[in-house]
Design a binder for this molecule. Structure first.
Ligand code: ZN
Length: 113
């Protein structure tokens, strides 16, 4: 049996293989085996709404009121998200917002602070 990688999102050890994907049962994150192998030196560039390159650890400001799925809370324009983490997908920024908690944002709706 091969050693499975920890979940890149929540670091869970309880990942399992599903076809060509790895799956994390704790946060429901799925990622491709190929992507996992390449992630060390991927040079994908994520830019904010104004074309500034974003990096892990940056602070960004939300430039548009954003409704949070499944809740009545709204992230207001000007809200700061600190220590972002770039991730794959439609919502390509993982972050924590004071008073709201962990959430994902789209890079097109933020500005580098
Ligand atoms: Zn996970």
């Amino acid at each position: 049996m091969s050693t499975l990688p920890n979940c890149p999102k929540c670091s869970s050890e309880y990942t399992y293989e599903d076809g060509t994907m790895y799956v994390c049962p704790e946060c429901a994150h799925e990622w491709g085996k190929d992507a996992a192998a390449e992630s060390a030196d991927n040079n994908r560039v994520v830019r904010d709404a104004y074309g500034n390159v974003l990096n892990d650890g940056d602070t960004v400001t939300v430039i548009k009121d954003l409704k949070i799925k499944g809740s009545s809370a709204v992230v207001k324009v000007g809200t700061k998200a600190r220590n972002i983490r770039l991730v794959e997908g439609d919502h390509d920024i993982d972050c924590k917002i004071d008073g709201i908690g962990a959430m994902q944002l789209k890079s097109e709706f933020v500005k580098k602070a």
